[in-house]
Design a protein around this ligand. Structure first.
Ligand code: SF4
Ligand code: SF4
Length: 117
């Protein structure tokens, strides 16, 4: 085979049929304002934790709903619960409680204790 000097990248395709929606369902049931998010990113722009780490609440919400759950438990531990995100959210999402709910859901999920709702 001819060596062209490059390799094929690993696929980043997301298989939504395989992705777990359990955490997303749990989060919406326990913090329904999660459904109001329009992904504007204001929470991320003002985030205290985001000033010092790659913590990104907008991305975390997207990952939860896509079922991309790797490392989300550790990510949510970076939130300082300062509440700045809640003050700027144009949709009135209860962001502090949302972060805590995602963290709890991920803890239960990783222990295999998340009950399907
Ligand atoms: S500021 Fe509110 S609406 Fe905008 S991405 Fe954050 S949670 Fe969603
Ligand atoms: S409460 Fe958490 S997510 Fe919101 S601005 Fe503060 S550190 Fe960031």
């Amino acid at each position: 085979m001819v060596n062209f000097g490059f390799t094929i990248n690993k696929s980043t395709r997301i298989d939504y049929d395989q992705a777990s929606k359990d955490v997303s369902r749990y989060v919406i049931a326990h913090e329904p304002s999660a459904l109001l998010c329009i992904g504007c990113g204001c929470c991320t722009a003002t985030c205290s934790a985001g000033q010092f780490t790659p913590f990104n609440l907008r991305r975390i919400q997207l990952q939860v709903h896509r079922g991309e759950l790797a490392r989300l438990e550790q990510e949510t531990e970076k939130c300082m619960l300062c509440g700045k995100c809640q003050m700027v959210c144009p949709r009135g999402v209860n962001t502090r409680h949302l972060v805590m709910t995602i963290h709890k859901a991920m803890t239960l999920y990783n222990r295999g204790e998340l009950k399907d709702l």
